[in-house]
Ligand binder design. Structure first.
Ligand code: DGT
Ligand code: CA
Ligand code: CA
Length: 590
């Protein structure tokens, strides 16, 4: 049975969840979580390496015990340690952890006090009003659980884009090897870079007689075949992800690609344009009467309705058609536009590589500068830095920079915003840094007013450059905290502070619509990896995807600037208070 890194990571995560519900040793739990992350982010498939008999790579955080487990999972498809834990616990209990607002401690309490072990039982208990009676829960929490349950039913079947990518890329490679296959492309929400996808929609063109359909349903990760036909088949993979495959004639490729890329709302609006021109538009082409007038390429489809090509990420019927018609489509930012990355961790806090390793890896990605931004002391679980350790790191970075060429390491911190809006480190320390990122890491459930005030106060600190992951959401695990984002953006604008688009696949925070809001408010967005290892720079592509969905252009993004321009922007921000000249971002670009 083929096993992707994502599957190994999921097993380690489940072990960590179960240990946590059981109240196990926090270090042991953390080891599994770190291992899950290491494996999930590792650039090559363990399965391939192990099957090739290669020496398994030495990943940070993965010792002999975990390495043996990886081996066991790859070879047998199972993990005895997980099977044992599952036997000790109610079978569906980890499903409860997927309900936003329910962490292991609450799940443990619900299970112990009310015997809740399934999502259905949770719903019953909440409806009956039993949850509010538990210590530490209350009526508000009960209400929130009910709301989260409703959202969960819808979300449960969706997969994070980064996870879908692992399955999609393996499948594309497999299909491309089938004889006679010409083009393979994944359309749908995947191509639009939506943060989660419901299923994969694959289009294939092939020479006549190609066995692509037969080979598709025979793919060894297929669990169920829902339908198999000449031109269309649907399967469910072992991971639960559904995949639809359509074989389309080459002359229809563009029309089919446009149709199946969607979104549905966009398609409907485009079809209306076609109708207004007396044309018929469907997945086979654009027709005037019986005659096909376009359809071989997407460009031809758009041209037939009088429009330039619209990037897939924009196709949500959120104004892109009007913009296209008016010749005002944005020139969307690309991965190649990024010149630096302003948020990452090293071994000094909860990262897994040294500063030098991070710098070299970033250089290989084509970046010219990075900022090292460890957690601050308040986040003890991440070994956050106190002023002494930060001072040592500053010295270390200065020494390192002297010997580096092609990449510059900036001194930074991801300082915690405390509950009252003050920062976790004194100004005297922050002032020595190039980049100060402020971030909320706790007290997520303050009222909207208090949460907003808290963040506004943090933005009043004259050293802050950047607000990290501004809503705190974790896809499928934690709702955004309740804040007045417009007020925060306006404050950021007035203080010349930038906001982050955190590229971690479960964060993608700001999301697409908030990116658009930042752009409209004239606040620069910094697209950062928040890397905890050298592999995490790969996540920047997902950040770029959301930025593009949010209509961001190169000039809207802080870290597309040259180092000199970046420094000028950061410094201008820190000399606020009216005296500093307004520096036009356009002029600063070199
Ligand atoms: P998902 O899978 O929920 O993440 O979202 P999509 O956008 O991939 O949606 P899906 O897989 O149901 O369908 C793929 C595309 O096919 C969709 O984006 C647009 C097109 N499509 C599906 N149903 C309709 C429809 O009823 N009308 C039109 N115009 N297009 C449709
Ligand atoms: Ca889809
Ligand atoms: Ca579909």
């Amino acid at each position: 049975m083929p096993i992707h890194n994502a599957d190994i990571a999921a097993i380690f995560e489940e072990i960590a969840d179960l240990l946590e519900i059981r109240g196990d040793n926090p270090f042991r739990i953390r080891a599994y979580r770190n291992a899950a992350r290491s494996v999930g982010e590792f650039g090559r498939e363990f399965k391939t390496l192990i099957e090739a008999g290669a020496e398994p790579p030495k990943l940070p955080g993965i010792g002999a015990d975990l390495s043996a487990k990886i081996h066991e999972i790859v070879i047998t498809g199972r993990c005895a340690a997980l099977d044992k834990l599952r036997k000790e616990m109610p079978p569906a209990i980890t499903e409860l952890l997927k309900i936003p607002g329910l962490g292991p401690k609450r799940v443990q309490a619900l299970n112990r006090e009310l015997g809740v072990a399934t999502v259905a039982q949770l719903k019953q208990a909440a409806r009956a009003g039993h949850i509010r009676e538990l210590a530490g829960f209350g009526a508000k929490t009960e209400q929130r659980i009910l709301e989260a349950l409703a959202a969960h039913a819808e979300q449960a079947r969706r997969v994070k884009l980064a996870v879908a990518t692992q399955y999609a890329e393996a499948l594309i490679e497999y299909l491309e090897r089938v004889r006679g296959v010409q083009q393979v492309v994944v359309a749908g929400s995947y191509r639009r870079m939506q943060e989660t996808v419901g299923d994969l929609d694959i289009l294939v063109t092939a020479q006549p007689g190609s066995a692509v359909m037969a080979r598709f349903v025979a793919y060894d990760e297929v669990r169920d075949v829902l339908a198999q036909g000449e031109t269309r088949s649907s399967v469910v993979l072992k991971s639960g992800l559904q995949v639809d495959l359509r074989l389309v004639p080459a002359e229809c490729y563009g029309a089919a690609l446009h149709y199946f890329t969607g979104s549905k709302a966009h398609n409907i609006a485009i079809r209306r344009l076609a109708q207004a021109r007396g044309l018929k538009l469907n997945e086979y082409g654009v027709f005037r009467g019986e005659r096909r007038v376009a359809g071989e390429t997407e460009e031809s489809v758009f041209a037939a309705v009088g429009l330039p090509l619209i990037a897939p990420e924009l196709r949500e019927d959120r104004g892109e058609i009007e913009a296209a018609r008016a010749g005002r489509l944005p020139q969307l930012v690309t991965l190649a536009d990024l010149r630096g990355d302003l948020h990452m961790h090293t071994r000094a806090s909860d990262g897994r590589n040294t500063i030098q390793e991070m710098a070299l890896a970033a250089g290989e990605q084509g970046l010219g500068y990075i900022a090292i931004t460890e957690h601050s002391r308040r986040l003890a679980v991440t070994r956050g830095l106190d002023p002494q350790r930060l001072a040592r790191q500053i010295d270390e970075i200065e020494r390192l920079n002297a010997g580096l060429t092609g990449i510059t390491v900036l001194k930074g911190i991801e300082v915690d915003i405390l509950e009252d809006g003050t920062l976790d480190l004194p100004d005297s320390v922050l002032q020595r840094l190039d980049v100060v990122i402020a971030a909320v890491h706790g007290k997520f459930d303050l009222s909207r007013r208090r949460q907003t005030e808290r963040i506004l106060r943090a933005l009043d600190n004259r050293h802050v450059n950047l607000l990290a992951h501004p809503t705190g959401r974790l896809l499928g695990a934690r709702e955004p905290y309740d804040v007045d984002m417009l007020r925060i953006l306006r404050k950021a604008k007035s203080r010349r502070i930038c906001v982050e688009l955190n590229s971690q696949p479960e964060r993608l925070d700001l999301d697409d619509t908030l990116c658009q809001m930042a752009r409209d408010e004239g606040v620069l967005v910094s697209i950062n990896s928040d890397a905890h290892s050298t592999f995490d720079f790969a996540n920047l592509r997902y950040g770029i995807g959301q930025a593009r969905r949010g209509w961001l252009e190169r000039d809207n993004v802080l870290n597309t600037r040259s180092l000199a321009a970046l420094r000028a922007l950061l410094n201008a921000g820190r000399q606020r208070g009216g005296a500093a000249p307004i520096v036009s971002p356009a002029r600063l670009r070199s």
